[in-house]
Write a protein that binds this ligand. Sequence first.
Ligand code: SF4
Length: 254
Amino acid sequence: MLKTSLLEVNEIFGPTIQGEGKLVGNPSIFIRFGKCNFKCEGFAVEYETPSGIKKCSCDSYYAVDPAFKDQWHQMSADTIIQEVKKLEPTYKTDIVITGGEPLLYWKHQEFQQLLKYYVNNGYKVTIETNASLTIDFEHKYQKSILFSMSVKLSNSLEPLKKRINEITLKRILKHTQDSYLKFVVSNDFITQAKEEIKVIAQLVPTAQIYLMPMGDSAQEIREHCQSVIAMAIECGYKYCDRLHIRVWDNQRGV
Ligand code: SF4
């Protein structure tokens, strides 16, 4: 039984380019959902809540921390589609569904309606997810979605049991064609990352693996990219840059 409540949307923006992952460079419109089941304090992006409390999380903290809930909008699938239409150029861009953790809404009727609309109307849909929640595939349109699974490593400071959901990884890779794993790695985490990713890769040996440098500024990406490229070459993984950060640093809405 699907939930019938409205969806919580943090922001809808674009057209811009997909900045990371397999479809980097593709013109895209982003729908960013509010709420996450993680905090990822290990990513150490410092921020201040609207009431002035200093915290740290990931670079999408405004879509993660309920302290920003006032900036999230309750929306139906139809309203989201109308808002996206206002941004669309004369051609179909990709649709990137991100967060927060968008799979928190997988069991919501409005979320499924949104996915169905875009897939059945010929859009390429990517869901950016931490792949930690268990989901089922019940409909054909769900199998056309590209899942960009950013499985968290111990540098996120999230507990191992929460981070790796073997059932979900296997299920997504079984039911969809091009889905892949990506990991954020920094200079000082290379040795540990090699060990941790090896263990995950053994669970899903056919998965394509991308490595990305940690950082929410162009300078940080520059600092980490060479050692991450070296690791990708050594281990037989793919390197993927974070183009949007290179170009715009951590500016929102581009
Ligand atoms: S899972 Fe993703 S969105 Fe959620 S806190 Fe971690 S990095 Fe941020």
